[in-house]
Design a protein around this ligand. Sequence first.
Ligand SMILES: NC(=O)C1=CN([C@@H]2O[C@H](COP(=O)(O)OP(=O)(O)OC[C@H]3O[C@@H](n4cnc5c(N)ncnc54)[C@H](OP(=O)(O)O)[C@@H]3O)[C@@H](O)[C@H]2O)[C@@H](O)CC1
Ligand SMILES: [K+]
Length: 478
Amino acid sequence: MHQVAPDRSWPLFDVAATRRIEQAAQAALPPFTLMQRAGLATARLALAIAPHARRIWIACGPGNNGGDGLEAATHLAAWGKEAVVTLAGDPAALPADAKRAWERLRQAGLDLAPAPPHDCDLCIDALLGIGAARPLQGGLAAAAQAMAGVGRPVLAIDVPSGLHADTGAGLAVRATHTLALLTLKPGLFTAGGRDAAGQVWFDDLEVPAGPEAPCALLAGPPLAQPRLHASHKGSYGDVAVIGGAPGMAGAALLAASAALHAGAGRVYLAPLDPAAARLAPGLPELMLRDWSSLPLPSLAVACGCGGGTAVADVLPQVLPQAASLVLDADALNAVAAQADLQALLRARSQRSLPTVLTPHPLEAARLLGTSTPAVQADRLAAAQALAARYACVVVLKGSGTVIAAPGQPPAINPTGSARLATGGTGDVLAGWIAALLAHGLPAFEAGQAAVFRHGQLADRWPAGEPLVAGALAARAGG
Ligand SMILES: NC(=O)C1=CN([C@@H]2O[C@H](COP(=O)(O)OP(=O)(O)OC[C@H]3O[C@@H](n4cnc5c(N)ncnc54)[C@H](OP(=O)(O)O)[C@@H]3O)[C@@H](O)[C@H]2O)[C@@H](O)CC1
Ligand SMILES: [K+]
């Protein structure tokens, strides 16, 4: 059993693949072996979470997830805990493995409680796992509500009940800990998954994934990029930030600052507000230019960043010329609105010019011609659809940022928190990605590395210190 920490990457498997892995293992092992292992692993983690717990409520549901809970309850009772077991369903209708767990519970002298306990030291959520097929209702919904009311740690078995294991969508039990079994599922790490799952643990039940290919990866830390002594500013590439329409100069400045601090050799700032060009940006390292004078074919360009509607006039030049390109915010809205810009964007991949789009869910919805809820209902699919449609790398922002590229499994970023939900952090990310593109990283790696470090910086931000985008940019790459 391992805690899933952002110190390495992890393969993720969807429900269909998990079912195939489970079936192959069931066929190779004596009956009930997997559920015994699942129940024992759950009971062990429960003890580790709440070693001094006296009363533990195990809330079981009508499928094999409930069976895991019944099996865990038998262990916990044998170890001297008061195990209060409820079952939202009919014991006679349990599937075969779960029924066997139920019989073992009875043989151990335990029985079902008619109702949840008034108080307990730990709840175990064994209501639903990967079989969650619809919103929680009836006895399952009542048990989930009671768990929320207890106000104690909640250990979810496999998946917080109600959460869609593939997508992270759905109203779910809010767990403090989740023990994923057999495989790690992508829904634990994106959309509502991170809030529902809490701290994630993983036990493969001694079953290898075999020939199954992961549907996605949980990203690990990017490789460090040591700088050679025999290098100069030209070794690290040039970035230009084009954005900052009247009233929004700060966005472009934040992106430029991030690119500079993330290690770009030289950074040009090309504000779209003519008045802004006369303002001292506070960063003497930046080179102010009119966008039309930039040497686009030798630059990594970050375009958008407070560009307003003015950015639409720039894109017909930038899209075909920029050596590598990050499109953010207003640039994405311009592309969503204009078919000619979409054609120019798609044409970049035919010339092997790297491009990264950094939409938030609403921008992604505009680019896909759909709604924000539809994007959030399946973030992995939305990011992959965008990458395929525009033939580029997509960084779909939000909880569990997804990085997608055509023809390869997407990555989900494990770092970052709601502390990043403050103005300008997206501009910082765009400039940071541009710096890594300028350095020569392939687009997917650049997106993944910048997103990981950007989130990690926020995770490590001192608790008492306000996280503002300017300070974040100043620590980019640090
Ligand atoms: N087999 C094994 O040995 C192993 C199994 N393992 C464990 O089993 C879990 C998968 O078990 P599972 O396939 O039985 O699915 P599970 O999530 O328990 O629920 C299915 C039941 O819930 C019902 N139901 C669904 N939604 C509902 C709703 N909203 N409201 C009400 N009912 C609802 C659904 O009813 P139906 O949709 O069929 O009408 C069905 O009766 C997996 O996550 C892992 O924990 C692992 O430990 C490996 C070893
Ligand atoms: K569960």
